[in-house]
Design a protein around this ligand. Structure first.
Ligand code: CO
Ligand code: ZN
Length: 333
């Protein structure tokens, strides 16, 4: 197994749906401690790691929260209705396993009388094998969050499993931090692991406001165009290098930052791709809109099956992204 897999297995295995990031934050802080001078947590739950310097303030951000579900109603038979935490697609949910913070597991199933094509999340329920409502309530309360539970594996140079989005972005930052720990740079580096991205980019803006960076870079996953018969063409392939974001639905990146990221890739021998994501947004937008505006860009890991329990990305893209980010951080003048 690669070092990337081991880190992802550890960081990805921590429970952390949006607004409940404590376990992920503790896991990351324990690893990051030796690479930086200072670690703080703000009121929103963002983890802010700083490697002090007198030069430019460069902020990197990866969201540490994941999508999930929250219990909203328990019926007399003990079946649990739920609402979404972040964007869910019903096709990814049927017959999958979810896990609550206390370790209780359940299977998501659906009302068979509703034609399959008409199903919405309201027709789905979680079965924890309870005898009745009272039995269910011993294990799950209204307002309890749950996350996908599925195996993580590495095979043929790719990683597969739940929550590459965005624990692999967190891993990328940790790898870049390790490379920068001993690097010659005067720059003032901030590595922020943000909260609540999946429910509307809520953490990143506060962190960007507080740090007041000269330039800010988000690290997240992006879609790929390399699967059979995709509806929308996209010039990003898994395994062809980290993607430098041009724009997505939430942001148009600062052109000078895009160019500097591509140059950083060229300077350290990492091929990059250009990303235009036509659906979905990223923390880049919140970083950019803080205070009077911040120069912002993003580096993305090309990932298949995003928001399913079986996301897939290439190890080489993660390693390349980390190297590129370290080059960029040290090179900012
Ligand atoms: Co996401
Ligand atoms: Zn994400």
């Amino acid at each position: 197994m690669s070092k990337v897999f081991d880190l992802w297995n550890e960081v990805g295995g921590a429970f952390g749906p949006s607004g409940r990031e404590d376990a992920v934050r503790e896991t990351i802080a324990a690893i990051a401690g030796e690479y930086v001078d200072d670690i703080t947590t703000d009121a929103l739950g963002n983890l802010i790691c700083r490697k002090k310097g007198a030069g430019k303030k460069v902020l990197f951000a990866a969201h540490m929260d994941s999508i999930g579900v929250v219990a909203t109603w328990i019926d007399d038979k003990g079946f649990i209705r739920f609402s979404q935490v972040g964007g869910l697609f019903k096709g990814d949910l049927i017959n999958i396993t979810v896990r609550f913070a206390n370790g209780t597991r359940g299977v998501i199933s659906y009302e068979e009388k509703t034609p399959f094509k008409d199903l919405t999340l309201d027709n789905l329920f979680i079965d924890i094998g309870a005898k009745d409502k009272a039995d269910a309530e011993k294990q799950v309360q209204i307002g309890d969050f749950a996350v996908f539970e599925a195996p993580r594996f590495e095979q043929n140079g790719v990683l597969c499993g739940p929550y590459l989005d965005n624990r692999i972005g967190c891993v990328t930052l940790l790898l870049a931090m390790e490379q920068l720990a001993e690097a010659e740079t005067e720059n003032d580096l901030y590595f922020v692991f943000t909260a609540q991205e999946e429910v509307g980019l809520r953490g990143a803006g506060a962190a960007s406001f507080a740090v007041e960076p000269d330039v800010a870079i988000a690290v997240d996953v992006t879609d790929t165009g390399d699967l059979p018969e995709r509806k929308t063409p996209m010039a990003v392939d898994m395994g062809k290098g980290p993607a430098v974001k041009v724009m997505d639905r939430s942001v148009i990146c600062t052109p000078a930052v895009c160019a500097a990221l591509e140059q950083a890739g060229a300077d350290c021998g990492i091929a990059t791709q250009r990303e235009i994501l036509q659906f979905g947004g990223t923390d880049t937008a919140a970083l950019q809109k803080a205070r009077a505006g911040v120069q912002a860009g993003a580096v993305s890991i090309p990932t298949r099956y995003i928001h399913s329990p079986s996301e897939m990305c290439a190890v080489s893209d993660v390693e390349g992204a980390a190297k590129l980010l370290a080059q960029f951080a040290a090179g900012q003048k």
